[in-house]
Design a protein around this ligand. Structure first.
Ligand SMILES: [Zn+2]
Length: 277
């Protein structure tokens, strides 16, 4: 049997498409390895997706939310004869799941982009997930633009800084003069036609669009699947601005259809399982 693991900074989910167990992510790497061992039992395949970068050369992960795993050879700790273990970025897992079972099912090549706390992405072509030499995802959020701000990743001008859900929330709260407005209230205000928040949301979509355009020119996706909290929260307000700006960005190039992700939070586990196929 194969089991999927969705390893996040606060929650560790283990299971299959049918059943899922969720625990608090242990504070130590030993604790994480022990929990995965215990919850996966005698599974012959363990697919692990993680919020952050993976390094398949070392079998390790590098995620800001999981400092306890920095440099830890997770794959080595979990591997044993007769068991296959895969490790992939969580946006890559979602990209794979949406391609196989969700919004991009039946398409040739799909680019998945999630705009949430950060911006993540993954590329799947003909059922095959693109992973680089180190197993890294196609990290659109850390493609550099004209911005001059330094990203926590160390690069300058990453689109993640200005167009992520975190950036939208920060700008909207500043506009309202209240640093504690809940995110769902911001979405509600936008839906009711709050022009200032609407402008912030549209601007974030317009800022991301040229990066999506670059990805279209580079990878020629048939569809783009958009997921994450910003798309869920702001819906057509965000997507309409994104579509318009993408069309403007692509000129005479083919404009792929933009679809909304279908699998939600389950995408990670489904993709992690799929990575074992
Ligand atoms: Zn960055």
């Amino acid at each position: 049997m194969n089991i999927g693991v969705d390893l996040g900074g606060t929650k560790l989910a283990v299971g299959t498409a049918e059943s899922l167990q969720i625990i608090t992510t242990p504070a130590t790497s030993r604790g994480i390895v022990a929990a995965i061992e215990e919850l996966t039992g005698e599974a012959q395949g363990i697919g692990i997706c993680v919020a952050g970068r993976v390094d398949l050369q070392n079998g390790s992960t590098f995620a800001a939310q999981l400092p306890q795993l920095h440099g830890v050879p997770l794959l080595k700790h979990l591997s044993r004869p007769g068991r296959r273990v895969t490790l992939l970025n969580d946006a890559d897992a979602a990209a794979l799941a949406e391609h196989q079972f969700g919004a991009a099912r039946g398409t040739h090549t799909s680019l998945y982009v999630t705009v949430s706390t950060g911006i993540g992405s993954g590329l799947v072509s003909q059922q095959r997930l693109y992973q680089g030499y180190r197993g890294q995802a196609v990290e659109l959020g850390h493609a550099g633009g004209p911005g001059q701000q330094r990203c926590p990743c160390g690069r300058i001008g990453c689109i993640d800084i200005s167009a992520s859900g975190t950036a939208i929330t920060r700008s909207a709260r500043t506009l309202l003069g209240d640093p504690n407005v809940p995110v769902d209230i911001l979405a509600q205000l936008a839906a009711q036609g709050h022009s200032g928040i609407g402008q912030i949301v549209r601007q974030a979509a317009e800022d991301l669009a040229p990066f999506l355009g670059n990805a279209c020119v580079l990878f020629d996706p048939q569809v783009i699947v958009m997921g994450g909290g910003v798309v869920l929260g702001y819906g057509e307000l965000y997507l309409d601005a994104l579509r318009r700006a993408l069309v403007a960005s692509l000129g005479q190039w083919h404009i792929p259809e933009i679809r909304v992700a279908q699998l939600g939070k389950q995408a990670g586990i489904l993709g992690a399982l799929q990575s074992l196929e």
